[in-house]
Write a protein of this length. Structure first.
Ligand SMILES: [Zn+2]
Lengths: 278, 283
């Protein structure tokens, strides 16, 4: 293919804007899940392990309060230092990470705790060991666990929402997306490699996939875009958390207020694309 | 020969009446290979077949009644990569004789009534468009409403990039629909054939009450080439084959295509047969 062909539909301005969005979502100083959990939630207590032999540090689970409300929390976690990035595997979970999330959903159902998830992952880890231990099966079972969860469930995409790995903790009653976060079927690099056979076309892929947060709202995949401080969340973590916390409280209240029913969540994801008659 | 064998036929050599096996390179008369369900008579390699051919192989003759035959999607993102997505769709529709990459309907299988879905890998790699996800979800729901076991033969590369995040959401849609089948206590038999990758195996296809796979099918979340590029890891022998996953407890049985219908009938005889007084007491 030639560059000219893709420019016809993805003019350089669009591609540059789409790419700038991706770069802010991946900014090295962007607050990660634990940074926001610490600032938005009260009394967070981390729990560990999937109870089947693993404790994947790319996924964090725990208990917390938000004002007077008890919560169960699940989050993708990236690392900031070289050591932590390795330990957290850049936020890319193995099957144990998804099974850890399943354990959290089961715990929340049993103890009647609402769940809040924080999504920030490039995707599920693409490695041999992950495949050997059933990566696809682990993700599928986590999708099922979310749709069976009998308690209110709120998801927030805070950075990267990459592919099936992000979907594993996204299928909530309401989905919030930070202004510079995104959700995508594949990373722009992977999409470019598939579509253009050239990962260097990542900017054009980002534009073609229309992965800016605002589109998710228009399409009904997200319920609300949460504003970030001017320039992006990396400029001020406290200000980011101050903007997010009241939205979490309000959204949890709304989910419960209208008469909570997990069947409505399943119906939401059954009808999501809005193209077909019920 | 039916149109449905188009995909297998595309693997035939320059001589339209001949079939050259992609695995052992031996050439056989096409009619002989077709009679052997497109399994190589020499090395038992299972050639890829289209959805129409799959239904022809599994459904009792004359029993298949198609569901949602007119259901087709749209180009929501007005997507253009090296070509317009709408042009790719039009071409695939004509070539594969399907509105999108799946065929669904009700059929009898050795007398057992089932809801049946078959993916068509020749249609844009059997990828998950909104239309494929919708037709799959409806087939699951029709099965639940009619009290039928659901059998799905998956051959899919996963997400359809050209539909972006809408493709991703089909994973959720299919799992939401399966909840209805579970509520009705009806079985889902998932059959994985070459290849079943990405979003398809990471959603509905991995959630079968019973999971079968054809021999040596490639199955996995991330493809081997991407794993090698991303991690430089050495791939173990037989990586991501049906046998590899069976050995790790992820697939119940690896079944030769020539025995598939018989094995399904045996399963259905138990799963959809008389329930017995202890099951009735639970109802
Ligand atoms: Zn052969």
């Amino acid at each position: 293919m030639t560059l000219g062909e893709s420019e016809a539909v993805a003019p350089p301005d669009d591609a540059a804007a789409a790419w700038a969005h991706v770069e802010v979502s991946r900014h090295p100083d962007r607050p990660y899940s634990l940074d926001l959990i610490e600032r938005c939630l009260d009394d967070f207590i981390e729990l560990h392990g999937d109870r089947q032999g693993g404790d994947d540090a790319a996924v964090v689970i725990g208990l917390a309060r938000l004002g007077g409300q008890r919560l169960a929390v699940v989050a993708n976690q990236k690392g900031r230092t070289l050591e932590e990035r390795g330990r957290r595997n850049f936020g890319m979970a193995h099957p144990e990470g998804y099974r850890k999330a399943q354990r959290l959903f089961a715990l929340a159902g049993r103890l009647q705790l609402p769940v809040v998830s924080f999504i920030d992952t490039p995707g599920a880890y693409p490695g041999v060991a992950a495949e050997e231990r059933g990566q696809a099966w682990a993700i599928a079972q986590t999708l099922e666990a979310q749709l069976a969860l009998p308690t209110p469930y709120l998801a927030v995409v805070i950075g990267e929402g990459g592919s099936g790995g992000a979907l594993a903790t996204l299928l909530a009653d309401a989905v919030l997306v930070l202004e510079h976060a995104f959700l995508s079927v594949a990373s722009p690099e992977a999409a470019a490699a598939i579509l253009f056979r050239d990962a260097g076309q990542k900017q054009h892929a980002a534009a073609a996939l229309r992965l800016e947060a605002a589109n998710l709202l228009e399409w009904g995949i997200a319920d609300e875009i949460v504003p970030e401080p001017p320039g992006g969340a990396h400029t001020d973590w406290d200000a980011t958390a101050a903007l997010l916390r009241p939205r979490l409280e309000e959204r949890l209240r709304l989910i419960t207020e209208r008469g909570f029913d997990p069947a409505r969540r399943r119906e939401r994801y059954r009808r999501l694309d809005g193209l077909f008659e019920a | 020969m039916s149109i449905s064998a188009t995909y297998a036929r595309s693997q035939a050599g320059p001589d339209a009446g001949a079939f050259t096996c992609t695995a052992c390179k031996a050439t056989y008369p096409l009619a002989q290979v077709a009679g052997n369900l497109y399994v190589c008579p020499g090395c038992s390699h299972h050639a890829r077949i289209g959805a129409h051919e799959r239904v022809r192989q599994l459904a009792d003759r004359g029993t298949f009644q198609e569901w949602d035959a007119a259901l087709a999607g749209t180009d929501r993102l007005e997507f253009f990569d090296t070509r317009a997505y709408v042009d790719r769709l039009d071409e695939a529709r004509v070539r594969q004789q399907l509105p999108d990459a799946i065929l669904t309907g009700q059929a009898a299988l050795q007398g057992h009534q089932v809801g049946l879905a078959a993916f068509d890998f020749g249609f844009m790699g059997g990828s998950l468009s909104t239309a494929v996800g919708e037709r799959l979800a409806r087939a699951i729901e029709h099965s639940a409403e009619a009290g039928l076991p659901f059998v799905c033969v998956t051959s899919s590369g996963g997400a359809r990039m050209q539909e972006g995040v809408f493709s991703l959401m089909q994973m959720a849609k299919s799992v939401a629909a399966l909840h209805r089948l579970a509520e009705a206590h009806l079985p889902f038999i998932s059959i994985l054939v070459d290849p079943t990758m990405g979003g398809s195996i990471a959603s509905f296809a991995a959630l079968g009450d019973v999971i079968l796979a054809e021999p040596k099918a490639m199955i996995g979340f991330t493809g081997a080439r991407v794993i090698t590029q991303a991690t430089y890891e050495q791939l173990p022998a037989g990586f991501q084959t049906s046998e590899f996953h069976h050995a790790r407890g992820l697939i119940d049985r690896v079944v030769d295509r020539r025995e598939l219908k018989e094995v399904l009938a045996q399963l259905l005889a138990v799963l959809a047969g008389p329930s017995g007084e202890h099951s009735q007491a639970l109802a």
